[in-house]
Write a protein that binds this ligand. Structure first.
Ligand SMILES: C[S@@+](CC[C@H](N)C(=O)[O-])C[C@H]1O[C@@H](n2cnc3c(N)ncnc32)[C@H](O)[C@@H]1O
Length: 211
């Protein structure tokens, strides 16, 4: 497979060849296929809650003649975790991601979690700190006109700063995108509304981070 979307490619740089990973919610399986085909990790398995999605992964895996185990599973429920040290979850919302990571027993030997959530990034960063994973790095990617955040968490007792939990590590491009969004919200809402102040505060914080 030679083409992987920019969005999925951004996850690859967080994977190393010591990782034995499970791609939860693999859908088409493109990420796992790319990793296996290019020997970018030690091992990879695929899982999805949806039969059609998993079947599409299975048929793509056959097409590329690869040996990747696939499991029909709600989150990690049916996934055998022996030897697995890394979890990848991308293309879902924060509440689904949190529900998948709720089973602490399944996370016992997991030292790396790579996430790409569609929403509520601050809530996700906070939750990850609570369960013992530190935000090490983020990548901000614009793919087909939409922004995505890829997050790398490592098992650690360290916690991130308040600003890191709110905004990650922000690069200039994504920071400016956020600034424009918040400034345009402020133009649309009356100054005496409660959240006007909240957005003004965000604007100040982001300006401090990126300047
Ligand atoms: C939008 S797709 C993303 C696919 C791929 N990870 C990506 O980033 O391109 C979301 C996939 O997650 C699966 N999914 C949703 N909730 C799940 C859960 N609780 N456990 C496992 N898979 C789930 C869906 O069936 C779907 O195939």
């Amino acid at each position: 497979m030679n083409r992987l979307s920019k969005r999925l490619r951004s996850l690859i740089s967080f994977v190393s060849n010591e990782d034995s990973l499970v791609d939860v919610g693999c859908d088409h399986g493109y990420l796992s296929i790319y990793l296996k085909e290019n020997n970018l990790c030690k091992s990879v398995i695929c899982s999805d809650i949806n039969n059609n999605a998993l079947n599409s992964a299975i048929s793509n895996i056959k097409k590329y003649n690869l040996n990747i185990e696939c499991y029909l599973s709600d989150g990690l429920n049916k996934v055998p975790m022996e030897g697995i040290n890394t979890i990848v979850i991308s293309g879902m919302g924060t509440s689904t991601i949190i529900s998948i990571l709720e089973d602490k027993e399944k996370l016992k030997y997991i030292d790396k979690i790579i996430l790409q959530s569609n929403n509520n990034h601050e809530e996700l960063r906070r939750y990850m700190n609570q369960i013992g994973y530190y935000l090490k790095e983020e990548k901000y990617i614009k793919d087909k006109g939409k922004w995505y955040i890829s997050m790398l968490f490592l098992k650690s007792e360290n916690v991130n700063s308040v600003l890191e939990l709110k905004y990650g590590f922000l690069d200039n491009d994504y920071g400016n995108y956020l600034l424009d969004s918040y400034k345009s919200i402020c133009k649309r809402i009356p100054e005496n509304r409660l959240d006007y102040k909240k957005y003004q505060e965000k604007i100040k914080e982001i300006e401090t981070i990126i300047n």
